[in-house]
Write a protein that binds this ligand. Structure first.
Ligand SMILES: [Zn+2]
Length: 139
């Protein structure tokens, strides 16, 4: 494992250990948030191990992207959920619950990339603009 991957995992472990339910938690519940809450609270270490496996499997490209093979973005099955690998990596490492309006964005415009520092949280409107930029760039 590279020192960089180890650092990302350490930060993820710290974020997960500091996760707590806010006072709004019950009001904001939905199946997706319930799923992630369960992952953060009950399966944190298993989730980190899965992220480690994905990052080690990914191929480091010349442009810095860490890419999983396949024509379309990889999905990850974990504890009853099925999420995009980039979404899984970002959500586990940041330990941040997202609402329906929130999405995981790629600063590199490569949807097969799972490199943690190429992934940011954003809104659906942001993502729409990203998609337009991505097409414009021919990626
Ligand atoms: Zn990337």
């Amino acid at each position: 494992m590279t020192p960089e991957i180890q650092t990302w995992l350490d930060v993820g472990r710290k974020n997960l250990s500091e996760y707590y339910r806010t006072e709004f938690h019950e009001n904001l519940r939905n199946p997706s948030r319930d799923y992630w809450t369960k992952v953060f609270e009950d399966y944190a270490e298993a989730a980190i191990v899965r992220v480690a496996d994905l990052l080690q499997e990914a191929e480091l490209q010349a442009d810095g992207c860490m890419v999983l093979g396949g024509k379309t973005p990889r999905k990850v099955k974990f504890r009853g959920g099925r999420k995009y690998a980039y979404q899984f990596v970002h959500t586990v490492l940041t330990a941040m619950l997202t609402s329906y309006e929130d999405v995981v964005r790629h600063t590199c415009h490569n949807r097969n990339c799972i490199r943690p520092d190429h992934l940011i949280s954003g809104t659906r409107a942001d993502n729409y603009q990203d998609e337009r930029d991505r097409r414009y760039l021919g990626r």
